[in-house]
Design a protein around this ligand. Sequence first.
Ligand SMILES: [Fe+2]
Ligand SMILES: [Fe+2]
Length: 222
Amino acid sequence: MNLEQIIKKLEDEIKIMFCKESSGHDIYHLVRTKNIALKLQEKEGGDRDVIGVSAFLHDVHRIIQKETGKFCHPKDSLSKVRDIIENADVKLSEEKIKGILHCIEFHEEYSFTEEGISVSDIETLILQDADNLDAIGAIGIARTFLYGGSHGVPMWNPEVGFDREIYDEAVEDPSTIHHFYSKLLRLKDNMNTEAGKQLAKHRHEVMENYLAEFFDEWEGLK
Ligand SMILES: [Fe+2]
Ligand SMILES: [Fe+2]
């Protein structure tokens, strides 16, 4: 079975699970992340199956989080991910499945969090870059406001300063604009691969231009 056939089978398996997702981690985020990851793989190498499948299943933890209403770390989604792979009957070797679970477990470690990056295999590094690329640029702007709206976070609160130094995914930012500064604008310098760094440049500029326009309009300058 080739990767495209594997993804098709997995898609049938997770479609219903992700259909009610409306906070930016929907099935199209998985498809885009998978496509970016495979693009990076062409330049950086690594196991194509492990990269494609882990990218396509990396955010199952978000669905568990939504269902339980409690923060769910990616490592707590691994048994569910294994079930999905086994139910889809895609005939991946145990070695590849272990590689996929490893990538998913570590996909949300950033150099600017307390623990820092703790992985060095190219598959995980590519998944992190692909996921982070989909969090920035025009799509990233749309997704972050969507996420904020679905979690009752205001778009901007000028009364709260930008003094958050340590980023922690489990702690909500005071506004969506704050989230750009606590996380999104830091992702460009957090890219692992050369190919990821190249793609991040333009997306970063798109966000910087957007924020400049946002503040000009907020102040009534335009
Ligand atoms: Fe995630
Ligand atoms: Fe993601």
